[in-house]
Ligand binder design. Structure first.
Ligand code: SF4
Ligand code: SF4
Length: 309
């Protein structure tokens, strides 16, 4: 009788090596596809859908028409200088991607096993040792794919790689607790203050999220709170006081990072066939971000610094 080793798989949409902003030291950040939230300002909209997707980069397109020629499903239609794409008809065969001479088309997301991801992560092992870095598992929502993320975390701990998980916290508490022993640093999002506001802007309410933050804190996990700040939505004293209240309630927070809004997500949205959001909102200038930090300092929140999200 032979036994087949079952290896967990996930759809990974990116692996970024030498990352300096996703936790301590030099890190490799692994981005999983699939997220239960739908934040209006999401800067990784290609991570929301849990499936592989066609993406189009109009700035690279020379309108040569080769994609239209090879696609039997008539997904691409070029007329009068317009390249229309019916994403709903795409079967992800990849023919147009291969035919495009300008790399304007891509399939976002690739099935990978834990072994395959580990191979990439371990390539920078020496950098982790020298810098105090390691792996960061992000997404999407990495805790949404529990078997894969848990296995990846366990494998990292086995070989001494520092582990960091970036999460919205929106996952069942039972699943969350299972992960905690294998997480060195938790990058925990705090997006809005108030349950109704959370629901309105992210698509989910915050009870489970706050409960999980409480659990992680009580188990003495090292937590960095990450707070996206979006002008006109949550750049208010009410929200800043909410951040302060979290800081006071959980005194062992290792830090609080403000993540000012940037527009990058919108061009990615169009490229995967979904509508833009916050159309008239510009990327936040540094001066404004500094004012927010000063305001939080005035209110009494001293742990806060500028992050990169
Ligand atoms: S991936 Fe295949 S089905 Fe999808 S647009 Fe390209 S050629 Fe058509
Ligand atoms: S093959 Fe590439 S460059 Fe040519 S029209 Fe299609 S997307 Fe544009």
């Amino acid at each position: 009788m032979s036994f087949v080793k079952i290896t967990e798989k996930a759809i990974i949409f990116d692996i970024q090596r030498s990352s300096l902003y996703d936790g301590p030291g030099i890190r490799t950040t692994v981005f999983l596809k699939g997220c239960p939230l739908n934040c209006l300002w999401c800067h990784n909209p290609e991570a929301t859908d849990g499936n592989r997707q066609l993406s189009f980069h109009i700035e690279k397109c020379t309108f040569c028409g080769k994609c239209e020629d090879v696609c039997v499903n008539r997904v691409h239609q070029l007329t009068d200088g317009i390249h229309a794409i019916d994403f709903s008809q795409c079967l992800l065969c990849g023919k147009c991607v291969n035919a495009c001479p300008s790399s304007a088309l891509k399939i976002v997301g690739k099935w990978m096993t834990v072994d395959e991801v580990m191979q990439e992560v371990l390539a920078d092992y020496d950098f982790y040792l020298n810098s105090g870095g390691g792996i960061t598992i992000s997404g999407g929502e990495p805790l949404w794919n529990l078997p894969f993320t848990l296995e990846l975390l366990k494998r990292c701990k086995l070989v001494g790689v520092n582990t960091c998980v970036e999460t919205s916290g929106f996952v069942s508490s039972l699943r969350f607790i299972e992960m905690l022993p294998y997480i060195d640093v938790l990058l925990f999002d705090y997006k809005m203050t108030g349950s109704a506001e959370y629901l309105k802007y992210t698509g989910v309410s915050n009870e489970v999220i706050l409960n999980n933050l409480e659990i992680a804190h009580s188990q003495e996990v090292s937590i960095i709170l990450r707070c996206p700040v979006i002008p006109g939505i949550n750049d208010t004293d009410q929200h800043f006081e909410g951040i302060l209240a979290i800081d006071r309630k959980f005194p062992n927070l290792k830090g609080i990072e403000l993540l000012p809004y940037h527009r990058m997500g919108n061009s990615k949205r169009l490229g995967i066939g979904i509508e833009e959001t916050l159309v008239s909102l510009e990327t936040v200038p540094v001066e404004l971000s500094i004012k927010w930090i000063e305001r939080l300092n005035e209110l009494g929140c001293s742990k806060v610094k500028l992050g990169v999200g």
